[in-house]
Write a protein that binds this ligand. Sequence first.
Ligand code: SF4
Ligand code: SF4
Length: 98
Amino acid sequence: MDLDCQACGACCHGDDGWIPVDGRDDPPAPALASHLVLLRHGALTRRSLRMVNGACAALVKQGARATCSIYDVRPSTCRALEAGSPECLAARRARDIR
Ligand code: SF4
Ligand code: SF4
């Protein structure tokens, strides 16, 4: 299956903390760093991509579809989700992207 992530963005939607960014991405490229936030959960602090209205702040929406504006420096969490995987296909179905 040949899926174009740059015309999709279905897996880039979620609540705050949906896309954690860990030490694999250190030091973050400036374009990635500009989209990071620290979220506190009690004594724990997590670094994540900032979410705006339920979508990653780096996502640029174009009609029903969307493009990652920092694709070349997207974090490891994003790279780990393979296009065509069960998680990918579920995200696409949830957003009615066929
Ligand atoms: S991994 Fe799948 S759901 Fe995520 S952007 Fe790529 S095609 Fe879309
Ligand atoms: S960095 Fe790019 S690929 Fe990762 S969630 Fe944000 S828009 Fe999607």
